[in-house]
Ligand binder design. Structure first.
Ligand SMILES: O=C(O)c1ccccc1NCC(=O)[C@H](O)[C@H](O)COP(=O)(O)O
Length: 268
């Protein structure tokens, strides 16, 4: 079993348990449920923003504990003040040490799109995403059959949530493009070896139709890479560990974004 299969097996159990404890009817009573969402694709492409989706990530299967002490409120507010376009919050507890409360806290203190970073396999998790204040969800092509991915994407859109579809290769991309997607992300992390390479993004960018916002995810550790990925056609960049491994992730994000702005000026 690879890591994705392990995570999905855990999600199947979690969803069944949660459905009996907190049925959808209960989730629908959340104040966020009727609220409007903020467009992830619009914020990624805003001229006055960096295109960076800054992630709150305490730990990961590839790196273990990254930051056990960071506070969601201070980190996410700092990320947005640094010039991030949007926030990504891991809500998986078992493998990433996250929680729904982390996302609700980010939602409460920031006016910006918040992506629920989790492993979605069931409509229940989409209702839950809306109830905790998310604006967008992630659907991972490697974890779902194309028909199922499309059904879940359509379901999310019916609640006003935007959909980021993540792919690792050309086959996943070609088999899963559909009209309910907003953003297509190429994940640079090989989930079998955990190695990351930006070449994965570069190889796929031209194959993503231009109607979708294009983002590159994982293993982005220096501002030069952003300049390079932008030149290839990417509009957004999902960054977690590079910021979170600092004792002050928000400062690391500010320094990173400042360097991109400087380089942009130098390039003209
Ligand atoms: O990060 C992992 O180790 C991981 C392992 C298995 C499935 C997913 C995983 N990460 C989720 C992500 O997509 C990343 O958190 C995100 O792209 C940011 O990556 P990074 O900047 O490398 O932290």
């Amino acid at each position: 079993m690879d890591i994705l299969q392990k995570i999905i097996a855990q999600k199947e159990k979690e969803v069944a348990d949660k459905q009996s404890l907190y049925p959808e009817k209960l989730l629908e009573k959340s104040t966020y449920f009727e609220g409007r969402t903020i467009s992830l694709k619009r914020y990624i492409t805003r001229e006055d923003k960096s295109g960076i989706i800054a992630e709150f990530k305490r730990q990961s299967p590839s790196k273990g504990v990254i930051n056990a002490h960071a506070k969601v409120e201070r980190t996410t507010i700092g990320y947005m003040q640094a010039g991030a376009s949007a926030l990504s919050v891991l809500t998986d507890k078992e493998f990433f040490g996250g929680s729904n409360e982390d996302l609700s806290t980010a939602r409460k203190f920031n006016f910006c799109p918040v992506l629920r970073k989790d492993f979605i396999i069931d409509e229940y998790q989409i209702v839950e995403a809306k109830s905790i204040g998310a604006d967008a969800i992630l659907l991972i092509a490697a974890a779902l059959e194309p028909k199922r991915l499309k059904e879940l994407a359509a379901f999310a859109k019916s609640f006003g949530l935007e959909v980021l579809m993540e792919v690792h290769n050309e086959a996943e991309l070609e088999n899963n493009l559909n009209e309910h997607l907003d953003v297509v992300g190429v994940n640079n992390r090989n989930l079998k070896t955990f190695e990351t390479t930006i070449e994965t993004s570069k190889a796929l960018v031209d194959k993503i139709p231009n109607e979708f916002v294009k983002i590159s995810e994982s293993g982005i550790s220096d501002p030069e890479t952003i300049i390079d990925l932008k030149a290839c056609g990417f509009q957004g960049f999902l960054i977690g560990e590079t910021f979170m491994k600092s004792s002050r992730p928000e400062r690391a994000a500010a320094e990173f974004i400042e360097k991109i702005e400087k380089q942009k000026l130098e390039i003209g």
